[in-house]
Ligand binder design. Structure first.
Ligand code: ARG
Length: 231
């Protein structure tokens, strides 16, 4: 029947917002999506005997796409939190992250999150950064589609700071020759990333967790980690 056909299907439909280097991004002139999450989900799929077919979906459209059954899993640097757990199942955590800020190099007034009061801040729409900053008193929040849009707005002096995930901020500063901006040390929160699946698919959650465990045990996870975050 239909269930059996589903089980035998060899494609794992993956949704990701391809705007988050070094987790998911696309280099100019290259058609393959790249990054830590991309390597990890391809390895997870392989471990499950299937192949990852990755779709680029805006971050705030990912959970709706999962709920509409247009995709089987989300991997997108997505933080595991209670609000999202109402809507999706998460795998075991696969990466420890957190939030930091990027400001212009000549910024004197903003050194920590406490200094944001009275300032304008850009965040990616639908993210934990957006939630956190919107709760801060006296902060004017601009929600944009991608972190790249946020960094552009910062350079254009439309905002004074960008709040975003630490590894993405650090990579942006290091790899993209970001001129005129710097990333600050102060951390707003610790967050764990998880792979998300539909609530009614406990079977898939189990399989993904088993695959993740295998990749930890056989050293494949470490290899992927070193490739993107090693010295
Ligand atoms: N970790 C943050 C969150 O879950 C941001 C993730 C953004 N991911 C992306 N691919 N743009 O809300």
């Amino acid at each position: 029947g239909g269930d059996q056909a589903k089980q035998e299907s060899k494609v794992l439909r993956v949704g990701s917002a391809i705007d988050f280097a070094p987790f998911e991004f696309q280099d100019e002139g290259q058609k393959e999506y790249q990054g830590f999450d991309m390597d990890l989900i391809r390895a997870v799929a392989k471990e499950m005997g299937s192949e990852a077919e990755i779709q680029n979906i805006g971050f705030d459209g990912l959970i709706p796409a999962l709920q509409a059954k247009n995709i089987d899993v989300i991997i997108s640097g997505m933080t595991i939190n209670d609000e999202r757990k109402q809507k999706v199942n998460f795998s075991d955590p696969y990466y420890q992250s957190g939030l930091t800020m990027v400001v212009r190099s000549d910024e004197e007034a903003i050194k920590s999150f406490q200094d944001l009061k009275g300032h304008k801040v850009a965040v990616q729409i639908g993210t934990t950064s957006a939630n956190m900053v919107k709760e801060m008193e006296g902060v004017t929040v601009t929600e944009l589609n991608t972190p790249a849009d946020c960094f552009m707005e910062l350079k254009a002096r439309g905002v004074d700071a960008v709040v975003n995930d630490r590894p993405v901020n650090d990579y942006y500063i290091k790899q993209t020759q970001a001129v005129g901006v710097k990333s600050l040390e102060d951390k707003l929160s610790a967050e764990d990333y998880g792979i998300a699946m539909a609530k009614d698919n406990a079977e898939l959650q189990k399989k993904v967790n088993e695959a993740l465990k295998k990749l930890h045990d056989n050293g494949e996870y470490d290899k992927i980690y070193q490739k993107w975050f090693g010295a």
